[in-house]
Design a protein around this ligand. Structure first.
Ligand SMILES: Cc1cc2nc3c(=O)[nH]c(=O)nc-3n(C[C@H](O)[C@H](O)[C@H](O)COP(=O)(O)OP(=O)(O)OC[C@H]3O[C@@H](n4cnc5c(N)ncnc54)[C@H](O)[C@@H]3O)c2cc1C
Length: 189
């Protein structure tokens, strides 16, 4: 077990009264690579979305008279980024991963399920650890959040990332990762 990242909580996460939904307004869409975009959402005006680095949102989109739901990891850090963001990479013939970059515009609203997921860790400024991460393609998104949170919250910790991609152009967050030196500034602030 690596640093408790995969440890399951004994408590069930789902709130009493069923799953919690938010309507999130798209603040900005950033083209990361030729087939990946980052969608930055405005924090809702009422109750804000709180999440842990490594968790994901489930996006719910109307599609041909039905609703489709897909999970997208938050690439933003709750410590550094004011607004939650996800990064979506196109999958050949995939429904949602193509619908989002082809249709979504700034100002649109997207229904999401509250953040969830156990691929996370707690941060503590007195901790000194070496986190080693392996990622491929869009698998970088939860890692990005954990990297940003670790470097900003644990000055004594270091992170090593082994990140596989098809070619140079398809590396999501290439520049941001290259500039990843502690103390990190919020990438999307
Ligand atoms: C916890 C979690 C976090 C994730 N985080 C991210 C993230 O940060 N970024 C990201 O980009 N993705 C992420 N994903 C993946 C994401 O949820 C979607 O699975 C992905 O975007 C593809 O969805 P889609 O609707 O585009 O494709 P789908 O429509 O689900 O199709 C996927 C593939 O299956 C094929 N297919 C579909 N139906 C059939 C069929 N009947 N017969 C044969 N083939 C079929 C399609 O052609 C396509 O190639 C995450 C997944 C999980 C579980």
């Amino acid at each position: 077990m690596a640093f408790g990242l995969f440890r399951k909580s004994a408590k069930k996460e789902e709130p009493q009264g069923g799953p919690k939904y938010f309507d999130l307004k798209v603040k900005e869409i950033i083209k990361e690579t030729k087939d990946a975009i980052t969608i930055i959402f405005n924090q809702p005006e009422g109750e804000i979305i709180s999440y842990k680095s490594g968790q994901f949102l489930t996006l719910i989109v109307p599609f041909e008279g039905k609703e489709i739901r897909r999970a997208y990891s938050l690439c933003s850090s709750p410590f550094l980024d004011e607004d939650p963001a996800v990064t979506v990479k196109r999958v050949e013939k995939g429904l949602m991963s193509n619908w989002l970059p082809d249709n979504l515009k700034e100002g649109d609203s997207v229904k999401v399920l509250a953040p969830t997921g156990h691929f996370t860790t707690e941060f503590n400024k007195d901790r000194k650890r070496h986190i080693i991460m392996f990622a491929g393609g869009s698998g970088i998104t939860p890692m990005m959040s954990i990297i940003k949170s670790t470097l900003s919250q644990e000055p004594e910790s270091i992170v090593s990332l082994i990140y596989c991609n098809r070619d140079d152009e398809s590396i999501i967050f290439k520049e941001k990762l290259e500039n990843c030196k502690p103390p990190m500034k919020g990438v999307y602030m």
